[in-house]
Design a binder for this molecule. Structure first.
Ligand code: MSP
Length: 520
């Protein structure tokens, strides 16, 4: 396999100071959907996720809970962050923790390499630090506090006071990379996406870059600076390196050249770290920059970014316990334009579940299979006599397969699903117009009945293949009810309409059962 031939995709690694909410699950699902799609397109897709465990934020939480930071991280990883992957059905290929030895050792190699090459120097820094962001803030990043923080300057993201720090630190000469970064954004317009995020990054870098403080010496929960163990590596510098240490940097050259560079999916809150600091670090090390960095929008509650610290966090299981993981995945990927903010509401979720998943897709599948069972003893009819209406369905299968694939190549996940849904809607309209239950009454209409059910079964199989990255559980059930060969995930998604199946259907339970209880 040639260098970087795979589709390597990453999520941010998540802070373990608290348990996940639906904003974290949103990022996981988006990256997982893209990985599943590329895997099904026959690519060597590799999904990495993991946890960010060093730094002051985790140290303080652990101390407040009377345990060591490592004990705290272990507990949260095992009881909350790994279980999240099951809750929303993530098929990751790897899970990295920044406390893994493979990360710590190779992050140190990277740092030593930069030090030896003259990219790091000793300096002093005084500035306002937000522990929530784990970042030094410029005065322009701060706002007037409200409530108990009235009269104080607070972080605009966390609404909490910042701390004035004065430390002797090691610095990374980031300022020397401004021109090369600007050239990168110019030469590869897709490097930062979406376009609004790219513009924001460009104007930020055009204002000039400062050097970056990359070590801390007032606490010791972190990776030791290899040439000076009285310092630990700044938590963001440490965390960003996960993307290469997990891919074999420093210890498995073959794996590293197969996987790297990656596509990074991150929330827009951390776009600058990924689109400015991270490529500058890689340039300094002489490594290829990421393939692209996509900054998605925020899930909002009451118009504000949903967050645990503001007590607006909703646990993913609150949704999946009632609606299931497929509905979670479908709802957030369909209802929010990927790249834009979106407001979550229980009403919207329930309405889409009922009309799109239960009535639109689920019912279509149940009806078609039930008719093949009833009118054909479960045997999928074979026919060659087609009308224009049948051909139109076939044409839609091909058209939406291509359109969805094209949308995915632009990371326009919502557009891809909307394209596939054209087939759901057309098939429903087709069944209503063709009235197979009417054709079944007259033996003279047998050929026509066969053609209609054949066409509908073909269309359903195409849907199972195309929707498998979105609603994997439902599609696996539908696939086996259709007598599909092997696993649906082994069917090529870029030629979904060519799926190969068996000769018989088997009864299908409701894919999206009616939800009785009121939720919210
Ligand atoms: N640890 C850093 C990332 C290091 S990556 C090298 C971090 N962690 S985090 O736990 O705060 O999670 C950040 C990510 O969670 C965001 O970038 C975003 O992808 C996701 N989200 C957190 N809250 C969110 C919303 N309210 N809405 C959408 N996504 C959200 O930052």
């Amino acid at each position: 396999m040639s260098a970087g031939a795979s589709f390597y995709i990453t999520t941010p690694i998540f802070y373990v100071n608290d348990v996940p909410h639906i904003g974290h699950a949103y990022t996981e699902v988006a990256a997982d959907l893209l990985a599943r799609w590329h895997r099904q397109a026959g690519e060597d897709a590799w999904l990495l996720t993991g946890t960010d465990e060093h730094g002051q934020k985790i140290l303080r939480t652990a101390t407040a809970n009377g345990v060591t930071p490592k004990e705290w991280a272990d507990r949260l990883v095992e009881t909350a962050w790994k279980p999240l992957l099951k809750t929303v059905d993530i098929k990751n290929d790897d899970f990295i923790r920044t406390t893994d030895e493979r990360h710590e050792v190779n992050a140190q190699k990277f740092l030593q390499h930069l030090y030896d090459a003259g990219h790091i120097y000793t300096g002093e820094y005084e500035g306002f630090y937000c522990v929530g962001c784990e970042e030094y803030k410029q005065p322009s990043d701060l706002i007037e506090g409200t409530g108990e923080f009235i009269g104080q300057q607070v972080c605009a993201i966390h609404s909490l006071p910042v701390e004035l720090l004065h430390e002797k630190n090691y610095f990374f000469r980031m300022s020397t990379f401004a021109e090369r970064l600007l050239a990168l954004y110019e030469d590869d317009p897709d490097f930062v996406q979406p376009a609004a995020a790219r513009n924001e990054v460009i104007s930020f870098v055009k204002q000039g870059l400062s050097d970056l403080s990359i070590s801390r010496s007032s606490f010791d929960w972190g990776i030791k600076v290899p040439w000076d163990d009285s310092h630990v590596v700044y938590v963001w510098f440490d965390a960003l390196l996960n993307y290469i240490t997990a891919a074999g940097y420093g210890q498995d050259d073959e794996k590293f050249s197969r996987l790297w560079p990656a596509t990074h999916i991150v929330g827009k809150d951390i776009l600058r770290f990924h689109a400015v600091i991270w490529p500058a670090m890689l340039m300094a090390a002489g490594l290829p920059v990421p393939r692209r960095v996509f900054g998605h929008g925020w899930l909002l509650v009451g118009g504000e970014k949903m967050s645990k610290s503001k007590l607006t966090g909703i646990a993913p299981s609150q949704i999946t316990d009632t609606f299931g993981s497929d509905a979670f995945r479908y709802y957030f990927m369909r209802a929010i334009s990927f790249g834009q903010d979106g407001s979550f509401s229980w009403e919207d979720l329930s309405a889409r579940y009922q009309s799109e998943l239960a009535n639109g897709f689920g019912n279509l599948a149940s009806r078609v299979i039930a008719m093949v069972v009833r009118y054909c003893d479960g045997e999928i009819p074979v026919t060659t006599a087609f009308t224009d209406a049948d051909a139109a369905i076939r044409a839609t299968e091909i058209r939406v397969t291509d359109a969805a694939g094209e949308a995915i190549s632009r990371l326009a996940i919502h557009e891809a699903i909307a394209s596939v849904w054209e087939l759901v809607d057309e098939l429903n309209g087709y069944i209503t117009i063709q009235e197979p239950w009417g054709l079944a009454k007259d033996p003279a209409d047998r050929d026509r009945l066969d053609a209609v059910l054949f066409t509908a079964v073909r269309g359903l199989g195409t849907l199972a293949v195309l929707l498998s990255p979105v609603v994997p559980e439902a599609c696996a059930k539908l696939w086996s009810a259709l007598g599909g060969e092997g696993l649906v995930t082994d069917q090529r998604i870029d030629r979904a309409w060519e799926w190969t199946g068996g000769t018989h259907v088997s009864p299908l339970e409701a894919l999206f059962p009616r939800i009785e209880a009121t939720v919210g």
